[in-house]
Design a protein around this ligand. Structure first.
Ligand SMILES: [Mg+2]
Length: 420
């Protein structure tokens, strides 16, 4: 990947990394890459040919129980799909009810690709772009994909791609960046010991830029001690990842990145502020370790720039925050076109892990390990086609229709419909 990048840079006009413009002359090499990416973005994802007649969305409900939310969609013909919302729906549910639901009612679910584009324009919704719009939108999309999967008797992965991964490798995503070194190591050992897992992500630096006065940073020198000590503690066979959640400036990120390289970490996630795309590229060009970014991104254009300008190696859209699997699949396709991998960010709780592995099952350019925190959830459900256990570092993707999870009907019945 790095060799390709260097070749590209050598031929780019001027060759200056930070000087690369956001748009390029029509004949420049980067312009050809943009054209290729734009062509990919214009291609639909949902296999609408699986459905011969219209699937009109008759109802789209938000259900609530004890602060947790579900989304239930029903077609005019009586098909049903259901999804579990991310916990932030407790803040964002008015956007679900007022800004998104009206646009979906009466639409043909087979046109989901187009609906997902137009809904950003409907009612000036683009002004809410970000997690505010993406999270409730993804919740609706998951319910619709679940319904379509049940109608076609196929898992969601087969509606949005071909199945490339029947089992998904996972890494244990750990936190505790504010803790002292010894306590951090003990906590990480405990988390890893709970599962048959061979990959691990640690937090380095503090949480976000400019937070050193906000108690989000561990003791001085923690990062420099943790990076080699985690390698020593878990040995050479453990795949190690590091995430600084946008904490560093460019020169500090490069310094920490070199330490990660020395200790054979696999990639460095969010080394600098997540939307400072030119700085991400500067860090990426200075280091051999691959750079990952994207969990906070909410537009295709940031990914498009970073991919076209070789500023990133691993794309990480969050399937909830970014607005659903179809949009994430477009990012995966852009990444694949230039030999890059996708490791979607996964929010905890609910059935996030299930939506994530279903998505990963359908991408050809998935990373070796994907984000995992635990199977703990308040959701009452049954999965008939996978034990949903980590076995030798992997989880078997459910093969049943929809997302392969059947929610307990009695538990669903206890929910109240949210009026709006
Ligand atoms: Mg992260």
């Amino acid at each position: 990947m790095k060799a390709d990048r260097r070749t590209f840079i050598a031929t780019a006009a001027g060759g200056g990394l930070s000087a690369l413009p956001l748009s390029a002359a029509p004949s420049s090499p980067v312009s050809a890459r943009y054209r290729k990416l734009d062509e990919i973005l214009s291609q639909p994802v949902l296999k609408k040919q699986l459905f011969s007649t219209p699937v009109i969305i008759e109802t789209l409900e938000l259900l609530q129980l004890n602060g947790g939310y579900l989304c239930r969609v029903r077609s005019r013909e009586g098909a049903e799909g259901i999804s579990v919302a991310h916990s932030t729906m407790s803040t964002l549910y008015p956007i679900f009810l007022k800004n998104l639901r009206p646009f979906f009612l009466g639409k043909d679910a087979r046109e989901l690709d187009l609906i997902l584009e137009k809904v950003y324009i409907f009612g000036f919704n683009f002004r809410l772009n970000g997690i505010a719009l993406g999270l409730p939108l993804a919740t609706i999309e998951f319910a619709i994909l679940d319904m379509l999967g049940r109608m076609a008797n196929k898992p969601v992965g087969e509606l949005i791609g071909e199945i490339h991964n029947r089992d998904v490798g996972v890494y244990m995503a750990t936190e505790w960046r504010e803790k002292p070194v010894e306590e951090s190591i003990r906590l990480i050992q405990g988390a890893v010991a709970e599962y048959d897992i061979h990959a691990l992500k640690i937090k380095v630096g503090g949480l976000m830029y400019m937070t050193t006065d906000m108690n989000a940073v561990g003791p001085p020198g923690r990062t420099e001690k943790m990076i080699p000590l985690v390698r020593k503690t878990f040995g050479d066979k453990m795949a190690l990842y590091a995430d600084s959640n946008s904490f560093y400036g460019v020169s500090e990120a490069i310094r920490v990145g070199r330490l990660l390289e020395e200790n054979k970490y696999v990639y460095f996630e969010e080394p600098v502020m997540f939307d400072h795309i030119e700085e991400i590229k500067q860090v990426s060009d200075a280091l051999k370790i691959p750079i990952a970014n994207g969990e906070q991104d909410n537009s295709f254009y940031g990914f498009r720039w970073l991919i076209a300008n070789d500023g990133i190696d691993i794309v990480q859209p969050d399937n909830y925050y970014f607005g659903g699997l179809i949009r994430s699949m477009k990012v995966a396709r852009m990444a694949a076109a230039f030999g890059k991998t996708i490791v979607p960010h996964m929010s905890g709780g609910g059935l996030g892990f299930l939506y994530n592995i279903q998505f990963v099952s359908a991408v050809p350019n998935a990373g070796e390990h994907h984000e995992f925190k635990s199977f703990q959830t308040n959701v009452k459900y049954e999965c008939k086609t996978s034990p949903l256990k980590v076995v030798n570092g992997k989880i078997k993707v459910p093969t049943g229709p929809g997302f392969g999870a059947d929610l307990d009907p009695e538990w669903v019945k206890r929910h109240q419909v949210v009026k709006g």
